[in-house]
Design a protein around this ligand. Structure first.
Ligand SMILES: Cc1cc2nc3c(=O)[nH]c(=O)nc-3n(C[C@H](O)[C@H](O)[C@H](O)COP(=O)(O)O)c2cc1C
Length: 184
């Protein structure tokens, strides 16, 4: 069975809920980057052993949080030997505004994956964009590049739109299916 890791940072708990939904769908191990931008003991070993790495960060000022960036810079140690070459990668993010420049965050995660010579998996989900669309539809935020979620600036993590969490779970399922085909 493919080993899948969800590595993420969350400042206030919203991206944590998203990460939990992705991990549920992917049957993945959760690896939280802490408030200082560090992984827990053994975190790098867990990533080195993974077949697929799903990365998540809130969108802060149109990109990843500094804690996630610290993790990304620290991953240069793996980059030097291309230790993560040919792993599958995917990404997700949450922000307060419907657009909020979330695509910039996903593009950063994509670039990081490419620097590690990985292969990128998108959502594979059609957007819900007709007149009949409802907020809790799958992929209402409408992203192919990775899972996007939007939670109002005054919403607690418990109030996050269920549709975005369901979208994240299905996204995790897709990464797991891709990993099962990729890892023989
Ligand atoms: C420093 C900071 C910068 C933010 N920048 C953006 C932004 O660029 N776009 C946006 O839509 N929301 C922005 N937000 C809102 C967060 O994306 C939103 O609160 C998100 O749910 C936080 O996720 P977390 O609880 O996992 O930290 C920002 C929040 C903070 C604290």
């Amino acid at each position: 069975m493919a080993k899948i890791v969800v590595v993420f940072h969350s400042g206030y708990g919203h991206t944590l809920r998203l990460a939990q939904a992705v991990a549920e769908g992917a049957d993945a191990t959760l690896l939280a980057i802490d408030a200082e931008g560090n992984l827990p003991e053994g975190g790098w070993d867990t990533l080195n052993a993974a077949d697929a790495i799903i990365m998540g960060s809130p969108t802060y000022m149109g990109s990843v949080s500094w804690q996630f960036k610290k993790f990304a810079d620290a991953s240069s140690k793996a980059w030097f030997t291309q230790a993560w070459k040919d792993k599958l990668f995917a990404g997700f993010t949450n922000s307060a505004t419907m657009n909020g420049d979330k695509l910039s965050t996903l593009h950063y995660l994509f670039t990081l994956a490419m620097q590690h010579s990985g292969l990128w998996v998108g959502t594979g989900q059609m957007p819900s964009n007709s007149k009949a669309a409802q907020r809790n539809d799958i992929n209402f935020v409408g992203s192919f590049s990775g899972a996007m979620a939007q939670s109002p600036s005054d919403a607690s993590p418990a109030e996050m739109p269920q549709g975005d969490l369901d979208t994240a779970r299905l996204f995790g399922t897709r990464v797991a299916a891709a990993a099962a085909r990729w890892v023989k």
